[in-house]
Design a protein around this ligand. Structure first.
Ligand code: UDP
Length: 494
């Protein structure tokens, strides 16, 4: 019998790659004879080295094969006024179609390719799949709330001529199934309709409707109302919405692409986990800001002061500061804690606080019994990891779609207290706000969220258990893929 394959096409960011690989693992649990092929664009990966991640996955899952696509380059006369790094990544991905075509044809020589699953950054590959007669699915690696906003972009584009950035700051935006949002909550990439990034993402949102299905990494019980609204087609009033498969929470058990990190050498137990062993149950607030989150030196001092004044135990991942108003850096040097933190801070908080340089084993920390709260940048993988571990959150968004995630987390999902920034360009947070929010989450104010997180943790477990919703959705997606594929011809080699 001809071997069957599913091909996954990832965007160049570790936070996009890891859930997609988890999807591959999930498909393998349903059908162990399947082979999974992951296409990797030849671009710098944001937020971690992928080589150690790929090595770890390849060692444990021989049915998953990684294909590095050849490099692409922009024409020498290319220029853009877009201020976003992602614009270049999107442009380079557009040039990848011949490479994706070749890879699919080559895999088809030995396998029956049942589906191409693409990241929403890789939208151009939809046409390659169509040319080859392969069903194409979109993988959306953020929240259901984020998906309603994304699917609504073409409608928004038609109903107003203004860019989001030019709307009054208190304009209330209403998206089906989502709480009210302000223009500044919407990701920066789509704030300006004259920006190339806006154009490319609008194209992606439009293309998504032509896909055979949308795969969403969420726990249905976490976003029940939102998921229902999407399924009912309310985000796309003038045409059908592709079938939606909620296969979450798909979280990586690994280290997000950085091996041997977290304060301990090699494979030894990281020092921060040993430290947690000596802390009382549910007493520690964990602060971690994704693979790219960074602060200014002044902001680090404010956080330190707030933590110290809160009187609570904490485990804090600190990176070297950046200058300017950015909150995102691909890599930074090891921080000099003595110089960065307020004088005497480490000594005064010794015993009740632990500072990790640059990177912590987040999933293990969240699942440790001593961890009782999580100050997060609202990256979607982090949110799902906290849900699986049942840890209540404080939402402090820094970049990408995190500001809208904060609104969803606080108002719709009810899993977090908001961290409020000082209004202004810098969006800084005062020591008093850190102190107050940490006290709030760890005290009576956090009780309702704690209870909800315990409930959601059980729901996540139930979804993941045999016979749970993840299995249901994977099976129906799987049978859709086989049916769709059975009706299409095999691609011809080029
Ligand atoms: N992560 C980690 N240790 C750290 C910081 C991040 O293991 O010190 C992992 C985290 O567990 C998550 C990923 O990196 O799996 C970050 O993904 P997320 O979607 O939350 O944020 P992004 O980095 O994409 O902004």
């Amino acid at each position: 019998m001809e071997e069957q394959a599913v091909v996954l096409y990832s965007a160049p960011a570790i936070g996009h790659l890891t859930p997609m690989v988890e999807l591959g693992k999930l498909l393998l649990t349903r059908q162990p004879s399947l082979s999974i092929h992951v296409l990797l664009p030849n671009q710098a990966y944001e937020g971690g080295s992928i080589s150690s991640y790929i090595a770890a996955v390849s060692a444990t899952h021989p049915s998953i094969t990684f294909h590095h696509l050849p490099p692409t380059s922009l024409p020498p006369d290319y220029s853009t006024t877009s201020p976003h790094l992602e614009t270049l990544a999107l442009e380079l991905l557009r040039l990848n179609n011949p490479n994706v075509h070749r890879a699919l044809v080559s895999i088809s020589e030995t396998h029956r390719v049942r589906a191409l699953v693409i990241d929403f950054f890789c939208t151009n590959a939809l046409s390659v799949a169509r040319d080859l007669g392969i069903p194409c699915y979109y993988f959306f690696s953020s929240s259901g709330g984020g998906l309603t906003v994304f699917l609504s972009l073409p409608v928004l584009h038609r109903t107003t001529t203004k860019s989001l950035k030019d709307l009054d700051t208190d304009t209330v935006l209403r998206f089906p199934g989502a709480p009210r949002l302000l223009p500044s909550d919407i990701p920066e990439l789509v704030q300006d309709r004259n920006d190339r990034a806006y154009e490319l993402l609008l194209e992606s949102a439009t293309n998504m409707l032509m896909a055979s299905g949308i795969i969403l990494n969420t726990l249905e019980k976490l976003e029940e109302e939102t998921v229902k609204v999407i399924r009912d087609g309310k985000c796309v009033p003038d045409g059908p919405t592709p079938p939606l498969y909620c296969i979450g929470p798909l979280v990586s058990s690994g280290d997000g692409g950085k091996a041997g990190s977290g304060g301990g050498p090699g494979n030894d137990k990281p020092e921060c986990l040993t430290w947690l062993d000596s802390q009382p149950r549910g007493s520690v607030v964990f602060l971690s800001f994704g693979s790219l989150g960074v602060f200014s030196a002044e902001q680090l001092k404010e956080i330190a002061t707030g933590l110290e004044r809160s009187g609570h135990r904490f485990l804090w991942v600190v990176r070297s500061p950046v200058t300017g108003k950015g909150h995102k850096a691909v890599s930074t040097a090891e921080p000099d804690l003595g110089a960065l933190l307020p004088e005497g801070f480490l000594e005064r908080t010794a015993g009740r606080g632990f500072v990790v340089k640059s990177w912590a084993p987040q999933v293990a920390v969240l699942h440790h019994g001593a961890t009782g709260g999580f100050v997060t940048h609202c990256g979607w993988n982090s949110v799902l990891e906290a849900v699986c571990a049942g840890v209540p959150m404080i939402a402090w968004p820094l970049y990408a779609e995190q500001r809208q995630n904060r609104v969803f987390m606080v108002e719709a999902m009810r899993v977090a207290l908001p961290m409020e920034e000082v209004v202004g360009e810098e969006r800084s947070v005062s020591a008093a706000e850190v102190e107050q929010r940490v006290r709030g989450l760890m005290g009576p104010e956090g009780e309702a969220i704690r209870e909800r997180m315990q409930h959601l943790k059980q729901e996540a477990q139930a979804a993941l258990n045999p016979g749970g919703t993840i299995e249901d959705h994977t099976d129906s997606m799987d049978s859709m893929m086989s049916e769709a594929r059975a009706n299409k011809a095999s691609p011809k080699p080029v």
